[in-house]
Write a protein that binds this ligand. Structure first.
Ligand SMILES: Cc1cc2nc3c(=O)[nH]c(=O)nc-3n(C[C@H](O)[C@H](O)[C@H](O)COP(=O)(O)O)c2cc1C
Length: 355
């Protein structure tokens, strides 16, 4: 059967990007997108944080901010799905337009600013979810909050009971001051408050994996310091990376000058480089989720070889549609076999020592 996104994609791309996204979510919520008709090769399985991932490629945060379609995205073939970012109270985000396509660069710029319906809505949807598959919850703080730590603790308390893991997002560029939390002096009290909240939770929530998502714009040494702190306080992994505020000089098209976070192909090199640097410094102790610019099996494989055990993407889905997930999974199997690896674990980090 031909890939329907060959027809649907160009139609969606004639719409304003945010309208196209809303139409996509509505169609997904109605069940119009169907199911993947493939099964991942067993050599792609990954076990981390006590969770069994059928393959390593997940949907990155931001696509399903309010946990509307997590089950549908799993059905389309993703190995796991991260919902959010969710803030304690609902908030509208920045004025529109706030998402811009840069098709020649395979990129997007967004300055959404955590538009979302808040913890109550996301928590209720996650709690009502039936069906299998790994769903993580990404938490943030409200723009007008005066107590960031309290916001993240509230996020953990509300969503950890209903999610397979929780991601602490302090790296979006569109909430003023948010990324300052990445400095060790602010990060320590935040992470300690979260691990303390987790430690006194009841039942399985006391073991809920906590991940931290970093920005690619951190200086290498600052990213390594954040990673070492994450290890020290008992976090379970890092997500590397969020969008970038950097702009490559050759970025093209009418929207290249828009402010916000740049994602997609121009982010691939730096996010993979930073992943490698962190893996080199922290070794196998800290599981790393590689995200940023993945649009092919080769990109995914490069992140695994740099040190990722799991992967996520978002921007390439906009340009290529869900068939890309299968293409990457199949391509990864071929690349692992070509190089004589039995699975993801054997290939993980083999390039980390190289500069
Ligand atoms: C439109 C859009 C919205 C996003 N919203 C969030 C978000 O709410 N929280 C978050 O942690 N990351 C968010 N991201 C960042 C992605 O999760 C991902 O880290 C980044 O886009 C790099 O991956 P990619 O190049 O495959 O898109 C967003 C990205 C895009 C394009």
């Amino acid at each position: 059967m031909p890939d329907p996104y060959v027809f649907v994609g160009p139609m969606l791309r004639r719409l304003d990007p945010e309208c196209a996204h809303e139409a996509t979510l509505a169609a997904l919520a109605m069940g119009l997108a169907g199911h993947a008709r493939w099964r991942p090769d067993p050599m792609l399985r990954v076990t981390r944080f006590g969770l069994d991932f059928p393959h390593p490629l997940g949907l990155a945060a931001g696509f399903d901010k309010d946990a509307r379609v997590a089950g549908r995205m799993l059905a389309l073939g993703f190995g796991f799905v991260e919902i959010g970012t969710v803030t304690p109270r609902p908030q509208p985000g920045n004025p529109r337009p706030r998402i811009f396509r840069l098709p020649a660069d395979g990129a997007l710029i967004n300055r959404l600013g955590f538009n979302n319906k808040g913890l109550e809505v996301a928590g209720a949807r996650l709690a009502a979810r039936r069906g299998r598959g790994i769903v993580g919850a990404n938490i943030g703080r409200n723009k007008d909050s005066s107590d960031a730590v309290a916001d993240y603790v509230a996020g953990f308390r509300a969503l950890a009971p209903h999610a397979d893991y929780v991601t602490v997002n302090i790296s979006s560029p569109n909430t003023p001051g948010l990324r300052d939390l990445q400095a060790v002096a602010s990060l320590r009290p935040l992470l300690e408050a979260l691990t303390a909240e987790r430690a006194q939770a009841a039942g399985a929530v006391a073991q809920r994996p906590l991940l931290l998502k970093l920005a690619p714009d951190l200086a290498d040494a600052d990213a390594v310091a954040a990673a070492e702190l994450a290890l020290e306080v008992g976090l379970d992994g890092l997500i590397v990376s969020n969008t970038t505020i950097a702009r490559p000089p050759d970025l093209g098209g009418p929207h290249a000058g828009e402010s916000g976070g740049l994602s997609g192909r121009p982010l691939l090199a730096r996010s993979t480089e930073l992943l490698g640097i962190i893996h080199r410094e922290t070794g196998d102790a800290l599981p790393l989720v590689g995200v940023g610019g993945i649009a092919s099996a080769a990109d995914a494989y490069a992140k695994i070889r740099a040190g990722a055990c799991l992967l996520q993407l978002y921007t390439a889905l906009v340009y290529r549609g869900p068939a890309l997930v299968h293409e990457i999974a199949q391509g990864l199997v071929a690349l692992l076999r070509r190089d004589g690896f039995a699975g993801i674990e054997q290939a993980r980090g083999v390039d980390a020592g190289k500069r």
